[in-house]
Design a protein around this ligand. Structure first.
Ligand code: SF4
Length: 176
C-alpha cells in the first residue's frame, strides 16, 4: 500500500475521523465481537483466519485511516489518527517542525498528524487520555501482519527489554 497524505484521503473518511467518538464506539464493539470470534476461527483454520484479518485491515483501515499495516495499532491512543501517516513515522509526536498553521514541515499541504491526534483525542470518551502515553518503538518485524491478531495474541504488547510505559505530564492550563 503506497503512502498517501491524509489531506488527500477518500470521501467520508475525513468526516469520520473528525468524529472520533463514533470510531471509538465502533472500535470497542469490534474488539468485543472479534475477541470472541477469533479463538474459534483460529481453531478452525489459522492460515485462513490470518489472511482474512490481514485483507480486512488492508481494506477497511486502509480506507478509513490510510493504515500502513504496521501490525501494532495504537489508533485508539492517538485520537483515531494513524501515526504512521506522519512522514517521519513518529510514534510520539509532534516533532519540532510543525508549521504555525498546524501543517507538516515535510508535506506543507498536509495537516500535522499529531496536531490532529491531539485535537481528536480531546473529543474521545474512553481513550482520549492515552494520547499522554509514551509509545514504545514500533516493531518493524510486525509490518503487514494483522494488528487485531497481534493484540489478541499479546504480540503487540511485547516491548524492548527495559522499556517501561511512561505517562507524560503535559501542562494544558493557561493559569499560572
Ligand atoms: S497504527 Fe499501524 S495498524 Fe493502526 S492504522 Fe496506523 S499503520 Fe495501521
Amino acid at each position: 500500500m503506497s503512502q498517501m497524505p491524509e489531506a488527500r484521503r477518500l470521501p467520508g473518511s475525513e468526516w469520520l475521523k473528525d468524529h472520533p467518538r463514533i470510531l471509538e464506539w465502533i472500535y470497542l464493539r469490534s474488539k468485543a465481537v472479534l475477541g470472541r470470534l477469533y479463538p474459534w476461527m483460529r481453531r478452525l483454520s489459522p492460515g485462513w483466519t490470518e489472511r482474512l484479518f490481514v485483507r480486512s485491515e488492508e481494506w477497511v483501515k486502509g480506507y478509513l485511516f490510510n493504515c500502513q499495516m504496521c501490525g501494532q495499532c495504537i489508533l485508539h491512543s492517538t485520537g483515531m489518527t494513524c501515526p504512521m501517516n506522519c512522514p517521519k513515522n513518529l510514534r510520539n509526536g509532534p516533532c519540532g517542525g510543525v508549521r504555525a498553521d498546524g501543517h507538516c514541515e515535510v508535506i506543507p499541504e498536509m495537516p500535522c498528524v499529531w496536531v490532529q491526534a491531539w485535537e481528536r483525542s480531546s473529543r474521545m470518551a474512553h481513550y482520549g487520555e492515552e494520547i499522554r502515553l509514551i509509545q514504545p518503538p514500533v516493531n518493524r518485524q510486525l509490518e503487514h501482519t494483522s494488528a487485531w491478531i497481534n493484540m489478541f495474541e499479546g504480540i503487540d504488547a511485547r516491548t524492548p527489554p527495559g522499556w517501561v510505559p511512561v505517562e507524560l505530564e503535559i501542562e494544558t492550563s493557561g493559569d499560572p
